[in-house]
Design a protein around this ligand. Structure first.
Ligand code: SAH
Length: 235
């Protein structure tokens, strides 16, 4: 059997629609998370809800690496838009992710820069796979009016502050902010697994975010699932 594609989403709403569309075979529990194996549009996949935040999502990627040996890991879900042209309902596909709350600036590192095991030089950008991202971009063009490719900034913070959003754009060139993509890309880089991060914009990471979020999260997640199903065979 071909190695599976791992698919991670933080919230129930982000994985439920995918699970509903899959032919499910087996559920296994690791690190208190449920990993659902089966096929999506005929493609072998393992899907898990990893819960919100960088540590949970990194752990889920490591479980995938150790127990399922995936040929790729995709992180799908919702995010706050921070780039000037990024609007609610658009999709952002990551060229790279950063961990915006990683701050060793007192030691002379720029924001987001971190040491990785096995590497001499610290990095800030955690790259995503070019082929996977390209396939997602092509699928997205058919479904979304606004499609963006660039940096996604992750941190253990729900950003609901215009100034913080502007800082993320000014500092990292980030187009979207969320809480898992950077840590999943980080785990994938260490484990040498190609990854992609796809986020539908649920809010504008500004003062209205807390109000917008519940309204748009469900429909944004649903659309991401439609996109995934349409491209999964080409990944
Ligand atoms: N328990 C809450 C927590 C949601 S946290 C709930 O279920 O409603 C927000 C989630 O959406 C995270 O997984 C994050 O990746 C994403 N997200 C969407 N908009 C965001 C924003 N403006 N800032 C940070 N994360 C955001």
């Amino acid at each position: 059997m071909k190695a599976p594609i791992g698919i991670l989403g933080a919230m129930a709403v982000e994985v439920e629609a995918i699970l509903a569309a899959m032919d499910l075979r087996e559920v296994q529990e690791h690190s208190s998370m449920k990993f659902h194996s089966g096929t999506l549009s005929g493609v072998e996949c393992v899907v898990a809800q990893c819960s919100v935040g960088k540590v949970n999502s990194a752990l889920s990627a490591q479980v995938l690496a150790d127990f399922y040996h995936p040929r790729a890991i995709l992180n799908i879900g919702v995010a706050g838009g921070v780039g000037p042209q990024v609007r609610i309902g658009d999709v952002v596909i990551a060229r790279a992710c950063v961990e915006h709350d990683c701050d060793s600036s007192a030691l002379g590192y720029s924001m987001g820069m971190l040491d990785l095991p096995g590497r001499e030089e610290p990095v800030a950008e955690l790259p995503c796979d070019a082929h996977l991202s390209q396939m997602l971009l092509e699928g997205a063009e058919k479904l979304y009016s606004g499609v963006h490719f660039g940096v996604i900034a992750s941190g253990d913070q729900f950003v609901a502050d215009r100034e913080k959003g502007k800082w993320l754009y000014d500092t990292f060139g980030a187009l979207a902010c969320e809480m898992e993509g950077g840590s999943i890309a980080h785990a994938c880089l260490i484990n040498q697994i190609p990854c992609a991060v796809l986020r539908t914009i649920s809010d504008n990471a500004n003062d209205d975010s807390k109000v917008d979020f519940p309204t748009f999260a469900a429909q944004s997640a649903q659309k991401a699932q439609t996109l995934l199903q349409s491209v999964i065979r080409s990944l």
